[in-house]
Write a protein that binds this ligand. Structure first.
Ligand code: FDA
Length: 499
């Protein structure tokens, strides 16, 4: 309680009673719990045994953030910054020392400049709100960020951010042209003031090590007035293994306008009602069915696509589609922040050499041991192969055929260990087939199995995940960190240590 009271007194002394009661919420506040839970996107961290913040601050202005930083320093409270709360390990709202959350839910304005084809987006906006705002202005502009519409811009952009048009336009972070950050000393910095190395660091190096990023200036990209979507599923009995084997080399080489990922789950639709893996080959083409059909017949005839597999729609409808909505639904669904969340654990990999058939068969056999495994295979290539590894901290560029996300649903806490164990065994099984030295991972698919900072942070410990997320860029990140936050105020389990 001491931390909490001291913080409020400090906040009150500067901002007065009214503002303090409007923007700070302690555990005794009646809205504390609903506010805390409103942006928890992994039910694994909803349980009462998970440590909770002493206080939640919902700043309505940059000044409120500055005061929150000052008062948390004075009261020895660690700060976690939350935008959309999608962190896979809950790092934006869970800590094991006394802490507060700066929740950016009220800082979510989006200002689009069509003449410049750019936008300023505050970090608390969701990507769904961004897509919606763009669609209100133009049918032929879009932005290359991820599919899940409730993700926060703050975490998503600072960790990279890929989606269905990233083979054409790169990551969300590749399309950031300016930003606004509140430095540990409280100063508000834009790109010019923060300098190119900090601006580099926050476009893929994660936000949580460097300050509170409050807004991003992005360049919008061009999309055709209609795009084409398809989705075909094949079970193991239907030749899915051979299709996947071929997909590995085809998908990364397809034109950048065509995104063809594979989503894998298990179902009971196998022969004699047995369990089988089902692979969905789902595509988005920035063009017409007339051009897509010959393209697919020439490059991947085995998939057997016909005209009737294709649905033509606007780009924003494809956003609805990949976010799991009906394409006829009102665009307003993109503004919905609340959603029910499952309890899950995920891990990631990158593949640089096609996996041989025997390896793929072994992978499916592993999947059949689990009730609700969920895998996504995301093809790279296109624009991703043209950007150098050191252009931003996100290093997974040329030479990667595809990325993998493995995840498992955790139905109950009692059974969780068994499923986590399965996921870790699957990850071990995959080791021979994926990138090595380092085995690479995607920061935005945060995985604390890769290692965590000790109380006294050191470079050697942090290398165990730092090299996997950032490869050759890790060292530069530690240098930037040492310059902008030498006292290591902004820290979490996997933040960058100051060199
Ligand atoms: P959250 O608020 O939890 O923040 C994540 C991290 O960034 C934390 O460390 C946090 O402290 C820090 N942070 C957040 N805002 C900050 C700020 N303003 N300043 C400084 N630090 C800040 N990814 C992808 O690339 N493509 C995809 O299609 C998907 N799909 C997807 C679906 C679902 C259901 C989930 C749960 C996640 C994804 N992701 C994804 C992963 C997603 O990109 C990742 O979880 C992002 O970090 C989410 O950003 P949020 O702001 O929502 O997270």
């Amino acid at each position: 309680a001491g931390h909490d009271q001291g913080f409020r007194q400090c906040f009150q002394a500067i901002l007065g009673n009214n503002t303090t009661s409007e923007v700070t919420f302690s555990k005794s506040s009646s809205s504390y719990e609903s506010l805390l839970n409103s942006s928890i996107r992994n039910a694994r961290f909803l349980s009462s045994s998970v440590p909770k913040p002493d206080i939640i601050v919902t700043p309505q202005s940059l000044f409120h953030i500055q005061v929150a930083l000052l008062c948390s320093k004075k009261n020895n409270l660690e700060v976690r910054v939350r935008s959309g709360g999608h962190d896979y390990e809950g790092l934006s709202y869970v800590s094991h020392v006394p802490f507060l959350i700066i929740d950016l839910i009220k800082l979510r304005s989006i200002t689009i400049n069509m003449d410049e084809e750019s936008a300023w987006v505050q970090s608390g906006a969701t990507v769904g709100e961004l897509y919606h705002a763009i669609a209100q202005k133009s049918k032929v502009h879009g932005f290359p960020a991820g599919s899940c519409s409730t993700m926060g811009v703050g975490g998503h952009f600072s960790g990279g951010g890929f989606g269905t048009i990233f083979r054409k336009y790169g990551l969300a972070s590749d399309n950031v042209i300016d930003a606004q950050i509140i430095h540990v000393n409280g100063k508000i910095l834009n790109r010019t003031l923060m300098g190119e190395d900090l601006f580099w660091a926050i476009r893929g190096g994660g936000g949580s090590s460097f300050g509170v990023i409050t807004a991003w200036k992005i360049k919008l990209v061009h999309v055709p007035s209609t795009v084409t979507v398809f989705d075909v599923s094949r079970s193991l009995d239907e030749g899915a293994t051979d299709l996947f084997h071929k997909w590995q080399t085809v998908a990364p080489e397809l034109p950048a306008e065509l995104f063809l990922h594979v989503v894998v789950g298990v179902s009971n639709s196998g022969s004699q009602g047995g369990k089988t893996a089902v692979l969905s080959f789902t595509g988005l083409y920035l063009g017409t069915p007339e051009k897509l059909l010959p393209l697919m017949q020439n490059s991947f005839s085995e998939l057997g696509l016909q005209h009737n597999n294709f649905t033509q729609m606007t780009w924003i409808q494809s956003v609805l589609y990949f976010a799991g909505h009906s394409i006829d639904e009102s665009l307003e669904v993109l503004l919905r922040r609340n959603q029910t969340s499952s309890s899950f654990k995920a891990k990631s990999d990158y593949v640089t050499e096609p996996i041989p058939l025997a390896g793929i068969e072994g992978l499916w056999n592993m999947l059949l041991l689990e009730n609700s495994p969920f895998l996504i295979f995301t093809p790279y290539g296109g624009k991703m192969g043209e950007i150098s590894e050191s252009e931003t901290p996100f290093p997974h560029r040329k030479g990667n055929l595809y990325g993998i996300q493995y995840s498992v649903n955790l139905v109950s806490n009692e059974e969780a260990p068994e499923h986590l164990d399965w996921l870790r065994r699957l990850y071990e099984y995959m080791a021979p087939y994926v990138s090595k030295f380092p085995r690479r991972s995607y920061l935005n698919y945060r995985d604390l199995d890769l290692g965590v900072n000790k109380r006294k942070m050191d470079y050697e410990t942090a290398k165990s995940w730092g090299l996997r997320y950032f490869n050759g860029n890790f060292e530069r990140l530690t240098q930037v960190k040492a310059r902008v936050d030498p006292g290591n105020f902004f820290r979490d389990e996997q933040s960058i240590p100051p060199l």
